[in-house]
Design a protein around this ligand. Structure first.
Ligand SMILES: Nc1ncnc2c1ncn2[C@@H]1O[C@H](COP(=O)(O)OP(=O)(O)OP(=O)(O)O)[C@@H](O)[C@H]1O
Ligand SMILES: [Mg+2]
Length: 282
C-alpha cells in the first residue's frame, strides 16, 4: 500500500477536493483504495456518503481508531464506492485531546494501526485538516507521497516555507522515502496571477511539481456539493481528465503502470459509472 497524504495548513486550497477526486479516480482505474479523513470537519466523509450525526453517536472515527487499544480496525471501515473504503471523521474533541497527549510515538499511531490492512489496498489517500498538528503529523509519518495543493491566488505562497520545513522534518524522522509534490489547484490558465503563482511554485519545486493542474471549474464544486467526484458527474470534462492524468502521474512516480483512457470502458461498466448512469448520460 502506497500512502498519499494531501496536506497544507492553508485553508480552502482544495485538499479535500483533491483527496475525494483522486481516491475515486484511482479506484475507478482499478486500484483498491483506502481513504482516511483526518479532518474533524468531516468534509471528505460527507462527500463519500457518511452521515455525520450517526458518526457522532457511533464515534467510529479515524481519531478514535488511533487511540483504540484493541487494535481491530474493521469497525472503523465503511464501503464508500466499489474498491474504495473510508475511515471517516467528525468533531470529537476528546479523541483529539487524547492523541495530542500520547507520550510515546505519538506521530506513529496511525501508521501502527493501518499496518494490519496494508496488504488489502494499493493506495491509501489521506485528507488532513488545515493545521499542522498531531493528526497531520501522523499522516506525514506514514506518507510515501505528500501532495501540497497550492491554489492559484495571491496568498497561496504565504506560509508555504513553514509547511515545507514541517514536512521535511517528519520525512527525516519517520519517512525517508517520502516524495513531496506540489499541485496547482483551482487554476485559471488565462489569469496572470495564476500563471505567476504557478511559475513561482515551479521554481521552488522544480521536478517535484505535477504537470497536471486542476482547473477552477464550477462543476467540481457542484459535484462535491452532491457527494460526488467530477469524474462521476461529468467524466468528459477537462477537470475530470485532469484528475485522471494526476492519478497516472502518481502511478508513474511510484514506478507503476499508467492506466489508458481506453482501459476505462471496461472499468466503467463494472464500476462507478454503471452506478451513476444518469449523470453519465448528461
Ligand atoms: N477545481 C476547483 N474548481 C472550483 N472550485 C473548487 C475546486 N477545488 C475546490 N473547489 C472549492 O473550493 C472550496 C475549498 O475546497 P476544499 O474544501 O477542497 O479545500 P480544503 O483545502 O479541503 O479546505 P479546508 O482547509 O477547510 O479543509 C470548496 O468550496 C470546493 O468545492
Ligand atoms: Mg478540507
Amino acid at each position: 500500500m502506497k500512502t498519499i497524504v494531501i496536506a497544507n495548513h492553508k485553508g480552502g486550497c482544495a485538499k479535500t477536493t483533491t483527496a475525494l477526486n483522486l481516491a475515486i479516480v484511482l479506484a475507478n482505474q482499478g486500484s483498491r483504495v483506502l481513504a482516511v479523513d483526518l479532518d474533524p470537519q468531516g468534509n471528505l466523509s460527507v462527500a463519500l456518503g457518511t452521515d455525520l450525526k450517526e458518526l457522532e453517536s457511533t464515534r467510529c472515527t479515524a481519531h478514535r481508531m488511533m487511540i483504540d487499544s484493541r487494535g481491530d480496525i474493521a469497525a472503523y471501515l465503511t464501503r464508500a464506492r466499489p474498491k474504495l473504503d473510508l475511515i471517516p471523521s467528525c468533531l470529537d474533541h476528546d479523541a483529539e485531546t487524547l492523541i495530542e497527549g500520547q507520550p510515546v510515538s505519538r506521530d506513529l499511531l496511525l501508521k501502527n494501526k493501518l499496518a494490519a490492512v496494508r496488504t488489502g489496498y494499493d493506495y491509501c489517500v489521506i485528507d488532513t485538516p488545515p493545521a499542522l498538528r498531531a493528526p497531520t503529523l501522523n499522516a506525514l509519518a506514514m506518507s510515501d507521497m505528500t501532495i501540497i495543493p497550492i491554489e492559484s491566488s495571491n496568498f497561496a505562497l504565504v506560509g508555504l516555507g513553514q509547511v515545507m520545513r514541517m514536512v521535511a522534518a517528519v520525512r527525516k524522522a519517520h519517512a525517508p522515502k517520502m516524495i513531496i509534490m506540489a499541485l496547482s489547484t483551482k487554476y485559471k490558465p488565462r489569469q496572470t496571477v495564476d500563471k505567476e503563482v504557478r511559475a513561482q511554485v515551479e521554481a521552488t519545486f522544480k521536478a517535484n511539481m505535477f504537470e497536471s493542474w486542476i482547473p477552477d471549474a464550477a462543476a467540481v464544486n457542484q459535484a462535491t456539493g452532491i457527494g460526488k467526484s467530477i469524474y462521476e458527474t461529468n467524466i468528459a470534462s477537462p477537470a475530470a481528465l485532469s484528475f485522471f492524468n494526476l492519478a497516472n502521474e502518481i502511478r508513474e512516480r511510484f514506478g507503476n503502470e499508467k492506466v489508458g483512457l481506453e482501459d476505462l470502458a471496461g472499468a466503467e461498466s463494472e464500476g462507478l459509472n454503471a452506478r451513476y448512469p444518469q449523470e453519465r448520460r448528461s
